[in-house]
Ligand binder design. Structure first.
Ligand code: A2P
Length: 332
């Protein structure tokens, strides 16, 4: 029988933290003890795990005694401050923030793509950006077949990627508009209900956002492909859950739709949903709460040489965050 582990979730009350708990339960992860950590605001409240209420504790320096695996999802600042504390206490950290993703000493892992990189860890393993992870689930099998040179992509990202407060903001704005009340905004700089915002994360000097550059930077590390290029526009849309990405990919080798479909059909964690004549293609509403990502709208790119276009969608709280983190924990 496998050893039961003491697991801690940092940011347990957040949009991702709650999914981490559900994923541990669903995948029957060998949890012997579960420690739920959040801010002082949540300390003393409870969350259910396997039918039992677990009391949330305030995250502190002494929170990690006896912890084997710590899943972090409370933002980069908390990870920068406490990941080393957890490692020092003997835990292996799987970090969902962007704090360590580009650190050469920290493996950045999508288990279906570069699961072996986990072996190189020195205490911390990084979970990739959600949009990057979902895109690579479909791009990597095509890369193995045809070797990708570059992609052009636009994302359609759900509000839950921003966190629990953004989910509430979309709901409140929709209700306010339906009731004829003025719209309040706190999380996003503009109204998100009935709107799309070409702005995810903060802007960099070149005009791209940080989120947009993660596709190239993290994609290179995960695919072990240092010359991979990605030009991306990330867009926030009024969808509660699941991101979608339209990808135009150019490859070194000649492409064929038959070989592409075969590669995608065999890829782990991916389903091909591609019957456009029947109006069947991946939709965020239907891929939400689904472990697998879905790909469709596959076609030859009419503007690129050796190019393919596809549309990939996935639940970013799961494959883009909690599920990927728990899969990493399973590998260690
Ligand atoms: P809390 O609910 O107590 O604020 P989300 O990304 O959905 O907004 O969630 C963020 C998570 O990070 C929440 O669980 C939140 O806990 C947690 N968090 C935020 N600030 C801190 C902090 N200073 N210490 C510990 N956890 C924090």
């Amino acid at each position: 029988m496998s050893k039961k582990l003491h697991v801690a979730i940092v940011g347990a009350t957040g949009a991702v933290g709650v999914e981490m708990m559900k994923t541990l339960e669903k995948r029957n992860f060998p949890v012997g003890q579960l420690t739920l950590l959040a801010s002082a605001r949540s300390a003393g409240k409870t969350l259910p795990f396997r039918g039992e209420p677990i009391t949330i504790k305030e995250l502190r320096d002494d929170s990690f005694a006896g912890v084997d695996v710590a899943l972090f999802s409370a933002g980069g600042d908390i990870s920068r401050k406490y990941a080393a504390v957890a490692v020092k206490a003997g835990a292996v950290v799987v970090d969902n923030s962007s704090a360590f993703r580009m650190d050469p000493d920290v493996p950045l892992v999508v288990p279906e793509i570069n699961g072996d990189d986990v072996k190189k860890h020195r205490g911390i393993i990084a979970n990739p950006n959600c949009t990057t992870a979902i895109t690579l689930m479909a791009l990597y099998p095509l890369h193995q077949e045809f070797r990708v040179k570059r992609i052009f992509a636009s994302s359609y990202q759900a509000v839950s990627g921003t966190g629990a407060q953004a989910i509430a903001e979309l709901r409140d704005q929709v209700q306010a508009i339906a009731a004829g009340r003025p719209v309040e905004k706190k999380v996003y700089p503009h109204q998100i209900a009935f709107n799309v915002l070409p702005h995810v994360d903060s802007f960099l000097d070149g005009g791209y956002t940080k989120e947009e550059m993660k596709m190239q930077n993290e994609g290179r590390r995960i695919m072990h492909h240092p010359t991979f290029k990605a030009s991306v526009t990330c867009v926030r849309v009024p969808v509660y859950r699941a991101h979608s990405v339209a990808v135009h990919a150019e490859f070194e080798r000649p492409v064929s739709l038959t070989a592409a479909r075969e590669a995608l059909a065999q890829a782990p964690g991916l389903e091909v949903v591609d019957e456009p004549a029947k109006c069947e293609y991946p939709l965020p509403l239907y891929v939400a709460e689904h472990d697998n990502c879905q790909v469709g709208r596959l076609r030859l790119d009419c503007a690129l040489e050796n190019g393919l276009v596809f549309w990939v969608a996935g639940d970013q709280l799961l494959k883009g965050a909690a599920l990927n983190a728990v899969q990493i924990a399973e590998l260690i």
